[in-house]
Design a protein around this ligand. Sequence first.
Ligand SMILES: CC(C)(COP(=O)(O)OP(=O)(O)OC[C@H]1O[C@@H](n2cnc3c(N)ncnc32)[C@H](O)[C@@H]1OP(=O)(O)O)[C@@H](O)C(=O)NCCC(=O)NCCS
Length: 176
Amino acid sequence: MIKQIETDRLILRAFLTTDDEAMFELDSNPEVHKYLGNDPVKTIDQSREVIKKVQQQYLDNGIGRWAAIEKSSGAFIGWSGLKLNTEMENNQINFYDVGYRLIPKYWGKGYATESAKAAIKYGFEVLHLTEIIGTVNIENIASRKALEKCGLHYVESFQWHDIPCDWLKITREEWL
Ligand SMILES: CC(C)(COP(=O)(O)OP(=O)(O)OC[C@H]1O[C@@H](n2cnc3c(N)ncnc32)[C@H](O)[C@@H]1OP(=O)(O)O)[C@@H](O)C(=O)NCCC(=O)NCCS
């Protein structure tokens, strides 16, 4: 795992245990979980568990979501980046997906797109991936748009825990 990467406006770095309060602010917000199964966390211990899980993914897989920090303010704005998905989804397993989750006051500034583009570049240039997947609730227009602005395209629709979702993809050749 690299220490951190930078975009124009963001620092993307490994999660720290001290991100727990900011993660709780993010994941306890029902608005954030509207398209994610409507199950926000209830306690900060749940956020601490999530951080531990991601830190373990760094060790096991060499990659996991990154904490996103706004350069101008130094604020934790949420997370973004790649994950090796080891659970069956749309009949696929062990694929790399790009995703993001931001605290609402940072929505609408292009941060999801900016950070995901950097993660995709990292995936192809550093991890030498052959393809990157994006999955999105069909009603989540902002997320869908961000994926498409990063060059991902629609492949098919599927159900995730009874939620209608779309499966998008970008291959290394398309990205080049
Ligand atoms: C999805 C999410 C990360 C988008 O973050 P963001 O930084 O606001 O996204 P961007 O600013 O990069 O915007 C992406 C595009 O969506 C558009 N958009 C944003 N909100 C929108 C909305 N409610 N309806 C329609 N379009 C919207 C933006 O205008 C932009 O398109 P444009 O550049 O053509 O104008 C953010 O809404 C979020 O964290 N949501 C909760 C968690 C979540 O749903 N994660 C994704 C799971 S798949």
